[in-house]
Design a protein around this ligand. Structure first.
Ligand SMILES: C[S@@+](CC[C@H](N)C(=O)[O-])C[C@H]1O[C@@H](n2cnc3c(N)ncnc32)[C@H](O)[C@@H]1O
Length: 513
């Protein structure tokens, strides 16, 4: 066996599954793990992707945009990866967001989100409408989360680095959907990540169960009536799965489990393991109507599906009707602050500020910065959709789906879509502005074919020699200035063209190595 499984883990799984099923389970550690990619529909639809992708794809049953790929295909080493056309994701990890049932326009919270696999999946389902608030408590991990949000061209996300309790204070009954991809003991990942098996300790199960309860409690208070929470883990331990859900239902009678459809190899939850835990003094006996609901949860087993171990639960809060008045008030807040309402008369000039008094010099400075953004948007962006309100944050300009005051006192990593930084009255466009734009939204475009070495040189940060004729300009525009660089029509980043040379604006931290 390639993976060295912990002895206590083996004994426990044998007891839970019984000899016959355990034999299949154990044998699965001898088969290879599965690699997957998920198409980023913010950038390309799956049919178009299938027509251009250079490696073999096989559909993943529980995710319409997910495909198995051979690890040897090295999907991370292709310009399309740098263009954010797909996310490399373990196949089972694609299941939770499919159950969240996200529709465009909703307010969605991803509470334990780094490095952002599921957040980018949610963003694709929102299709740029509504908002995604994505959070992780670990400051280091939020860096990867922010980068992924930016690489995948998300225009309507806020990235936080907060504790769930503090977010809950700021957003009571606010979200339509909440994902909790909980921190867990990770037993389901032992085949994929041998280090997890090596470091696992039996006590983790109890430690994580406590954390999960706290996170669920905060999430419950942030969910609007009629809303949905999807809770997932990548562990087998019933303490972190059926017992966490049973405890939550006991404390929150306003919630119920929405039973999963048991297709695509998804197996049911195991209420009998609650009794097993109670008999071993590791848990309590739950009322039968609560225990029975945990059968409606789902389990992905490595011996039953082509993917790693996962647990899934869909929880719905009773009361389909929204608190209409409160919801309307909330939605209006975003147009009240200093950025002003979106000017509907002129989509090319979308963010007109409220006239100021001229007395407050900070307000004057801020207005000038926002004016630089508006000038840039007018001159360099060709009718681009620019959702949200412009917001100044540490000298940078963001378009935010949330009112500024909503974020007061929270650890904000990105208050919205980073569009640029203003220096001496001129805006330098941000990389996330480029990655989210389509070529039809930019005034100047340089398209590099994926078959051409030029694209790799661009991704490595080199200056390129480019004839004037290769810059596609909007009618009347000069080729001199910021150019959106694309690969086969999919945006990669900025360049600045002048006299036959394209100065490279691709950020150092993103480069091809
Ligand atoms: C399973 S991982 C999330 C993976 C992520 N959802 C994805 O698809 O890429 C769990 C995450 O929870 C974070 N975490 C741990 N405790 C947390 C807490 N109390 N609140 C929020 N996030 C927490 C960890 O830093 C970790 O990044």
């Amino acid at each position: 066996m390639a993976v060295q499984l912990p002895k206590e883990f083996i004994e426990r799984m044998r007891e839970l599954l019984g000899e016959e099923e355990f034999a299949h389970f154990y044998a699965s550690y001898d088969s290879p793990r599965f690699a997957g990619i998920r198409v980023n529909t913010l950038k390309i639809d799956p049919e178009a992707f299938k027509a251009v992708v250079p490696f073999d794809l096989r559909p993943i049953p529980w995710c319409q945009t997910g495909y198995y790929v051979e690890e040897q295909a090295k999907p991370g080493k292709h310009p399309y990866y740098h263009a954010g056309l797909y996310y490399i994701q373990e196949p089972s990890a694609m299941a939770p967001v499919e159950l969240l049932d996200v529709t465009p326009g909703e307010r969605v919270l991803d509470l334990c989100a780094a490095p952002g696999g599921k957040s980018t999946q949610i963003a694709a389902k929102l299709r740029g409408r509504g908002m995604l608030v994505t959070n992780d408590i670990n400051a280091e991990r939020t860096k990867a989360l922010a980068k992924n949000i930016e690489l995948y061209g998300v225009r309507n996300a806020v990235v936080l680095g907060e504790s769930p309790e503090r977010i809950a204070r700021a957003f009571p009954s606010f979200f339509d959907k909440i994902l909790i991809d909980a921190p867990c003991s990770g037993e389901g990942m032992f085949r994929k990540d041998e280090d997890m098996a090596r470091h696992w300790e039996p006590e983790w199960v109890r430690k994580y169960a406590g954390m999960q309860q706290e996170i669920l409690k905060s999430a419950a208070s942030m969910l609007a009536p009629g809303g949905r929470i999807v809770y997932s883990t990548c562990t087998f331990a019933p303490e972190e799965n059926e017992a966490t859900i049973a405890e939550f239902l006991l404390e929150h009678p306003e919630f119920r489990v929405v039973p999963l459809r048991l297709d695509d190899g998804i197996a049911p939850g195991r209420p009998e393991w609650l009794t097993w835990l109670a008999e071993w003094g590791e848990g309590k006996m739950y009322p039968p109507e609560i225990a029975a609901q945990t059968a409606g949860c789902g389990r992905l087993w490595p011996h039953k599906v082509e993917g790693e171990g996962h647990f899934l639960a869909v929880l719905e809060r009773h009361g389909a009707e929204k608190i209409q008045k409160e919801a309307e008030e909330d939605r209006n807040v975003s147009s009240k602050w200093e950025g002003g309402a979106r000017d509907k008369r002129n989509p090319r000039h979308p963010h007109r500020s409220r006239p100021g008094t001229g007395r407050d010099s900070k307000a004057v400075d801020d207005r000038e910065v926002l004016e630089s953004w508006r000038t840039f948007a007018q001159e360099q962006l060709d009718g681009a959709e620019l959702p949200g309100e412009p917001l100044l944050f540490g000298g940078n300009v963001y378009l935010s789906p949330l009112a500024k005051e909503r974020l007061d006192g929270l650890k904000v990593v990105r208050p919205g879509w980073y569009v640029g930084t203003v220096k001496n009255g001129r805006l330098t466009p941000g990389q996330p502005l480029a990655t989210a734009l389509s070529p039809t939204e930019a005034v100047r475009v340089l398209d590099l074919p994926s078959s051409d070495g030029g694209v790799i040189r661009y991704l490595k940060g080199e200056t390129l020699q480019v004839d004037k004729e290769r810059i596609r300009c909007r009618e009347g525009a000069s080729p001199k200035g910021y150019v959106l660089v694309t690969v086969d029509g999919y945006s990669l980043g900025w360049g600045k063209w002048q006299d036959g040379l394209l100065k490279n604006e691709y950020p150092a931290g993103w480069r091809w190595t």
